[in-house]
Design a protein around this ligand. Structure first.
Ligand code: ATP
Ligand code: MG
Length: 404
C-alpha cells in the first residue's frame, strides 16, 4: 500500500520532450522526484528525470511500471493512447495513483472535434465549426454553410500547427484532406492571446497575465510571446474571465493554456485549450517568481499554488526554430545559459539530438521595462546565439541531481 501523504512526492510524466524536461527542472526546486515514460532514449526529459522508462506510450507494461513508481501521473502532451488512459483510470479508481488533469479531460481535449463540441455545449465562445470525416469534399463543406476562407484541423494528433491547413481561397477547397477533422472560418487578421491558468483540485485558480503571440505564417507555429500582451484593460479582463470560466468548467487540476482569438471587431473566441504547460508560458521561467512548470507540479501534487508576481514590467520569449544559423548553439544535451546581463537574456536549449529545419530546439527569454526594450534584448540574445563567438556551456549545464 502506498503511504498517502498530503503532498505527493513522486511524479510520473507521460512524454519526454522539452515540456517534460522543464517540469523536471521545477521538480528539483520543489524536491519531488520524476519518472518519465518516453519512446526516445535521447529525448530532452531523459537527461533530467530521476528515472526514465523507455517505451512507447501505448506499452501498458511500461505504464504499469510508471503507476508503481508514482503518486500522481501527469502528461506533457495530449495525444495519449486510449488504452493508456483506460489503465490510468483503473489505477486511479483502485486508489493507486492520482491523475491530473483527469483522464476525462484528456479524452475530451485530445480530440479537437469533441473539444469544440464541449466548448459550444458549455456556452463558451468559440468559432462555429463543422465536423468532417474522411469523405469530406468541397460540396459537403458548402452544403454545411461554410465557405473560404476556412481552416481545416485534424481531430487527433496535431501539434505545433501540424495537422492545420488554411484554405483561404475558394479554389483551395479542392485541397481538403480526407481525414476526420474540424472545419471552421479562418479569422484573418485576428490577435492571438493565451492565458495560462493554474487550477488546484480544490477549485482555486490563479492566472498569469494574458500574453500576445506572434506566429510564423509558413509553419502556423508560435514564434514570439509577449507578457503582458498588448491588450486594452477591458480585453485583458475579458480574456481572464473567459479562460478562467473554461478551466473551471473542465473541473481538473494542473496548468492549462487557453488559446484565444480576438477578431478585428473585438470579439473573443476560444481556439483551444491545452491541458498542460504550454509554449505561451515559457517566459514565466525568468519573468515570474514562480514559473508555469512549478505551478503545475504544485497544483497536481497538493501543494499550494504560488503567487504569480512578475519580475519585470515586460517579458518576452522567442522560440528557436532550427535553421542553419543556429548551429553554434546546437549541442546534443540540454543547457541553460545567460546571453547577456542587460535585460537578463537567457537561452534554454532543449538538447534534441536531431536538428531539423523548423524544429523547436530551444527558446530565449528576456526581460525589459517596455515591450520594445524586452523585444530588443531578446533579439540581440538570439543573434548572439547565432554568432561563432557563442560557446555553449560544456556538458549538461542543467546538472543532474540523481542518476537514472
Ligand atoms: N480559425 C482560425 N483562424 C485563423 N487562424 C487560425 C485559426 N485556427 C488556427 N489558426 C492558426 O493556426 C495556429 C494553430 O492552430 P491550432 O492552435 O488549432 O493548432 P495546433 O496544432 O493544436 O497548435 P499548437 O500545438 O501550436 O497550439 C493558430 O495558433 C493560428 O495561428
Ligand atoms: Mg494551438
Amino acid at each position: 500500500m502506498k503511504n498517502k501523504k498530503a503532498a505527493l512526492d513522486r511524479i510520473g510524466i507521460l512524454g519526454g520532450g522539452q515540456l517534460g524536461m522543464m517540469l523536471c527542472e521545477a521538480a528539483r526546486r520543489l524536491g519531488v522526484t520524476v519518472t518519465v515514460v518516453t519512446d526516445d532514449p535521447t529525448s530532452s526529459a531523459v537527461y533530467l528525470a530521476d528515472n526514465s522508462i523507455v517505451a512507447p506510450l501505448d506499452d501498458l507494461s511500461a505504464v504499469a511500471r510508471l503507476i508503481e513508481a508514482s503518486d500522481v501521473v501527469t502528461f506533457e502532451l495530449e495525444a495519449i493512447p486510449d488504452e493508456t488512459l483506460d489503465l490510468l483510470e483503473r489505477a486511479q479508481a483502485e486508489g493507486k495513483i492520482e491523475v491530473h488533469p483527469g483522464v476525462d479531460t484528456l479524452r475530451l481535449i485530445k480530440d479537437k472535434g469533441l473539444q469544440k463540441s464541449w466548448l459550444q455545449d458549455q456556452g463558451l465562445p468559440t468559432l462555429p465549426f463543422m465536423l468532417a470525416d474522411e469523405n469530406v469534399d468541397e460540396g459537403a463543406v458548402l452544403q454545411s454553410g461554410f465557405c473560404a476562407p476556412l481552416v481545416q484541423k485534424t481531430r487527433r494528433g496535431g501539434y505545433d500547427g501540424k495537422g492545420v491547413q488554411m484554405l483561404l481561397e475558394p479554389e483551395a477547397l479542392s485541397d481538403l484532406w480526407p481525414v476526420a477533422s474540424v472545419i471552421e472560418p479562418a479569422l484573418e487578421g485576428c490577435l492571438e492571446v493565451a492565458v495560462v491558468v493554474t487550477r488546484a483540485a480544490s477549485g482555486e485558480t490563479s492566472v498569469y497575465p494574458p500574453v500576445t503571440m506572434m506566429f510564423d505564417p509558413a509553419l502556423n507555429a508560435v514564434s514570439t510571446v509577449i507578457s503582458p500582451g498588448d491588450l486594452s484593460e477591458t480585453q485583458r479582463i475579458e480574456c481572464i474571465e473567459v479562460a478562467t470560466r473554461a478551466i473551471q468548467a473542465l473541473d481538473a487540476a494542473g496548468v492549462f493554456a487557453v488559446e484565444l482569438f480576438i477578431s478585428t471587431s473585438g470579439e473573443i473566441f476560444i481556439n483551444e485549450i491545452s491541458p498542460r504547460v504550454h509554449n505561451s508560458g515559457h517566459l514565466t521561467m525568468e519573468g515570474f517568481q514562480c514559473d508555469q512548470f512549478e505551478q503545475h507540479l504544485r497544483a497536481i501534487s497538493g501543494r499550494p499554488i504560488a503567487p504569480t508576481e512578475p519580475r519585470a514590467p515586460v517579458s518576452v520569449m522567442l522560440n528557436l526554430l532550427y535553421e542553419d544559423r543556429l548551429s553554434p548553439a546546437h549541442t546534443g544535451v540540454p543547457y541553460t545559459a545567460r546571453l547577456q546581463e542587460a535585460g537578463q537574456v537567457t537561452v534554454h536549449w532543449y538538447g534534441k539530438k536531431e536538428a531539423r529545419p523548423g524544429r523547436k530546439m530551444g527558446h530565449v527569454n528576456a526581460l525589459g521595462n517596455s515591450r520594445e526594450e524586452a523585444l530588443a534584448h531578446a533579439q540581440s540574445g538570439s543573434e548572439r546565439l547565432q554568432s561563432d563567438t557563442f560557446q555553449p556551456p560544456e556538458g549538461e549545464a542543467i546538472s543532474k541531481a540523481n542518476g537514472s
